[in-house]
Unconditional design. Structure first.
Length: 240
């Protein structure tokens, strides 16, 4: 199932700006690695986050979706953007910071793939480099399963989203876009995306061998647990 092919064209309009996410990443860097100068985003999508960080860091983005990268390339001329699987890439260079945000990690539907991504993050970080990521929690996924379909207008178009149980801890997100054709009719586009949720303790255990946990928070700065909506983490790569 290849995701974001259709969604790419509408993505930024629906998701809005990323001021909050960018500020959060910058705050982690200010606090833990103020001299950082290079940054790699895993799953950079349309480059909305990178655009907010490119003035301060030499940034690089990786994504597997050519459609998302096409939008990113228009937004970020001259910035290195690589089409690759974020669990299996080798850039041959290291960065002060690696980020994987806006629930991109959840898009990897098996925990083995999460472990592979943690390995790629480690390989591409300098000693003492910062790994910043966020996840949708198991609690949030459970709540979304019993929520009504989410519907929102954007411009003349309509966006709708439904989250259902799929297989074990994997959920199926179905997004439907009704694109106004301007003559009172709508063209329908649909995209299905799988998301895996993993208990936070399992994530912390997986990272403990190679990284030191520096920060963890829910949306409002509270200590996150599996019932938080989202959990944010900053880890330092241990030298060696
Ligand atoms: C929720 S979007 C986030 C995009 C961007 N980080 C942002 O904040 O706007 C998730 C992105 O991850 C990408 N993605 C998902 N699985 C991937 C994989 N295995 N390898 C590379 N990119 C992947 C998708 O193509 C999509 O662009």
């Amino acid at each position: 199932m290849m995701d974001y092919a259709t969604f790419a064209r509408f993505y930024d309009q629906i998701m809005g700006d990323r001021t909050e996410e960018i500020a959060r990443i910058e705050a982690y860097l200010d606090r833990h690695l103020p001299d950082a100068s290079t940054l790699l985003e895993l799953g950079c999508g349309t480059g909305a986050i990178l655009a907010g960080l490119a003035g301060r860091f030499a940034v690089t983005g990786i994504d597997r979706s050519p459609e998302m990268l096409e939008v990113a390339a228009r937004r970020l001329p001259g910035i290195p953007l690589v089409q690759a699987d974020i669990t299996r890439f080798q850039l041959g260079t290291r960065f002060d910071a690696v980020i994987c945000v806006f629930d991109t990690l959840n898009h990897l539907p098996t925990f083995e793939q999460w472990l592979a991504l943690f390995g790629r993050a480690r390989e591409h970080l300098t000693d003492g480099g910062l790994f910043v990521f966020d996840v949708n929690t198991t609690g949030r996924m459970r709540r979304l399963h019993s929520s009504d379909r989410y519907v929102e207008d954007f411009g003349p178009n309509v966006f709708s989203m439904r989250v259902e149980p799929f297989d074990g801890d994997v959920s199926l997100w179905t997004t439907t876009i009704f694109e106004s054709t301007g003559d009172g009719t709508y063209r329908q586009h649909q995209e299905r995306i799988l998301e895996l949720a993993v208990p936070l303790a399992q994530i912390r255990r997986a990272l403990a061998a190679d990284f030191d946990l520096l920060d963890q928070a829910g949306y409002d700065g509270e200590l996150p647990d599996d019932d938080s909506d989202r959990a944010f983490f900053a880890y330092r790569r241990r030298p060696g």
